[in-house]
Design a protein around this ligand. Structure first.
Ligand code: ADE
Ligand code: ZN
Length: 316
């Protein structure tokens, strides 16, 4: 089995419908609007975000999050993954009534359990949510830099990229950068190449979440290749959310052929009926990448990971 790594997965988005049902029964919450026949219900990006928020409200204690992280990482290790970076969101924890410090400690405990059982390495990326606005994202950056944790090594922004301008978030990213955190921004998913360019210019991340719609601008593709910007591509997510009609239409291979550094990621696996193993399978079956290029993609991820050089050297 090819060793795998992923840099882009939202921890709240890893909960299976079965686990969501279990928590809903425990906390007495009706989730019938969001789960049917063991699948999540949504029909576009906006309703996906609503379902995602509703499911995240079912995780309310440090142990809920320890369990969630342990399950996700254990499954990932079984699929051959040696490394994962997942996004965390203190905004979601606070909305669910959980102290953000307890949220982080719970997740760190889950990471330790999975590492002890399987050897998988993992780091966390704190995120702000773009659609909540610049003040909330800056607050998320201030919180994580004022309360550093050794397993939180990055800062990012998720949410609806059609809202606000990248430059509105400059201060949040400056705070995170000054604290030594690695930076990544969701862009080029539901907005085009301009969104990617604006994120690069204003926020100076080393990685872009998705970024695939950069393909719409030849000069931008050239810039990504020249500057060595790494794209956290999530083909299964893009097809599920309708960014592209089919895997055959997805620009993963074209971006890679143009010299852009690309990685494979699962984003919110059960919401999109995917997992990292399936993403590598698609890359093999549709993008026609055999084991050597797939190993290269894993190496690209490890080289771009927000980890210390000693751990990186061990993983490479
Ligand atoms: N949050 C969770 N999944 C997301 C996605 N695919 N895009 C933006 N924000 C997200
Ligand atoms: Zn994402």
């Amino acid at each position: 089995m090819v060793a795998k790594a992923e840099l882009h997965c939202h921890i709240e988005g890893t909960a299976s419908p079965a686990l969501a049902r279990e928590k809903a029964a425990l906390y007495g919450v009706d989730i019938s609007a969001f789960v049917r026949d063991d699948a999540y219900i949504w029909h576009d990006f906006t309703s996906f975000l609503v379902a995602y928020d509703a499911i995240s409200m079912l995780f309310r204690t440090a142990e809920d999050y320890a369990d969630l992280a342990e399950r996700y990482l254990t499954r990932l290790a079984r699929d051959g993954a040696i490394y994962s970076e997942f996004f965390i969101s203190t905004d979601h924890a606070v909305s669910a009534g959980l102290d953000p410090q307890a949220y982080i400690e719970g997740l760190a405990e889950g990471i330790r359990r999975a590492r002890n059982a399987t050897g998988i390495e993992c780091r966390m990326i704190a995120t702000g949510l773009r659609h909540i606005g610049p003040e909330a994202v800056e607050h998320a950056a201030r919180f994580v830099t004022a309360n550093p944790h050794p397993l939180i090594t990055g800062f990012g922004m998720a949410g609806d990229e059609r809202m606000h301008h990248a430059a509105d978030f400059r201060r949040a990213f400056d705070i995170a950068r000054d604290a030594g955190l690695g930076l990544t921004v969701h862009a080029g998913e539901f907005a085009g190449a301009t969104s990617v360019r604006d994120a690069l210019d204003a926020l100076k991340p080393s990685r872009i979440g998705h970024g695939v719609r950069a393909i719409e601008d030849r000069d931008l593709v050239k810039r990504l290749a020249e500057e060595g910007i790494v794209l956290e591509c999530c083909p299964g997510s893009n097809i599920a959310l309708g960014v592209y009609d089919s895997f055959e239409d997805h620009p993963f291979k074209a971006l890679s052929d143009a010299g852009v550094k690309v990685t494979l990621n699962s984003d919110d696996p059960p919401f999109f009926h995917t997992d990292l193993g399936r993403e590598y399978d698609i890359a093999c079956d549709v993008f026609r990448l055999d084991d050597d290029p797939l190993r290269g993609i894993t190496r690209t991820a490890i080289k771009a990971a927000f980890i210390d050089e000693e751990t990186r050297a061990k993983l490479l």
